[in-house]
Design a protein around this ligand. Structure first.
Ligand SMILES: Nc1ncnc2c1ncn2[C@@H]1O[C@H](COP(=O)(O)OP(=O)(O)OP(=O)(O)O)[C@@H](O)[C@H]1O
Ligand SMILES: [Mg+2]
Length: 276
């Protein structure tokens, strides 16, 4: 049985939550034999789709036949109790040699219609666990969205994206959100700048936390790859990177995060590691 992992951030736009998930999904697909699904619950333009899918569907082109595609089809099937694990795979797009599938987001004409998916989120997650080893879901930030909350509740683990913004860190560590109580979670600092005084080590010390913390360093080439739908190529080019090459530190950090996701689930990453 696989695991569902929600990528969530307490604040909008600050922590590179979607970019963190995209990088993790790509490296999990590249370095591990596990089968991963990348999905999102955004209404509108999505970094996850944009990063992996070249022919992104136009968001203004919402159609009456929305139920025939992506996440909307899972919603429809779950309501009629016809959602089986093999069916999920039929509605996702393979993007990484059979290791990674991407589930397109909603095309529903109104956001309220889409939010009703919270009623069947539990059964969709359960079917995804049977179909994939890892299901990563990029959800909206904060706790005011019913669909976000439903995914967080169903998830086996949460990756919390934070930034090197001291007030955001204080708020999180001093008042951790209630839904994390009793939940497996890890932290990732997005857009990480190793030159800041708020390094990973200093943040651990400052907040005396035992929760594992990882980083996705700020990287201009990675940003370009996300914008140009070339994330798969970006990571494949750097698969055998060596220490003298410029993006080595970036790759090391993403690889630490990928291992950290397995370890957070109490799964030995070596069991799934591909032969180099
Ligand atoms: N590690 C990174 N290196 C370079 N650019 C990044 C990185 N992470 C994020 N960005 C850039 O920052 C912007 C916001 O990132 P992203 O969409 O991932 O944030 P988010 O937290 O998901 O935002 P939202 O709350 O709007 O969903 C994007 O333009 C993205 O390209
Ligand atoms: Mg996002």
């Amino acid at each position: 049985m696989g695991n569902v992992i929600a990528f969530w951030s307490p604040r909008h736009g600050q922590a590179g939550n979607s970019s963190n998930m995209v990088a993790a999904a790509a490296v999990l697909a590249m370095d591990y034999v596990s089968h991963t699904l990348a999905a999102h619950t955004h209404y509108g333009i999505s970094m996850v789709e944009n990063a992996f899918l070249r022919n992104q569907r136009a968001t203004e082109n919402r159609s009456a036949s929305y139920s025939a595609q992506g996440i909307d089809s899972l919603d429809t099937l779950a309501r009629s109790k016809q959602l089986t694990p093999s069916v999920i795979k039929d509605y996702a797009v393979p993007v990484f040699n059979g290791s990674l599938d991407v589930l397109a987001g909603t095309q529903k004409p109104e956001e309220d219609l889409f939010l009703k998916m919270h009623e069947v989120t539990g059964s969709i997650c359960q079917a995804a666990r049977s179909a994939y080893d890892l299901t990563l879901i990029d959800v909206n930030s904060g706790c005011r969205n019913v669909l976000t909350n439903a995914v967080l509740e169903s998830a086996d683990m949460v990756v919390v994206s934070l930034s090197q913004n001291l007030s955001l860190l204080r708020e999180f560590f001093e008042h951790p959100p209630a839904f994390l109580e009793g939940k497996k979670y890890i932290i990732v600092l997005g857009q990480y700048d190793a030159g800041s005084r708020l390094t990973l080590g200093n943040i651990r010390r400052l907040f005396r936390t035992r929760i594992p913390i990882f980083a996705v360093p700020h990287n201009s080439s990675y940003m370009d790859a996300c914008n140009e739908h070339k994330v798969v190529e970006f990571f494949l080019k750097r698969k055998h990177i060596n220490a003298v090459q410029p993006d080595y530190a970036f790759m090391q950090e993403i690889r630490r995060l990928a291992r950290g996701i397995y370890e957070g689930l109490a799964v030995d990453p070596n069991m799934y590691a591909k032969e180099a």
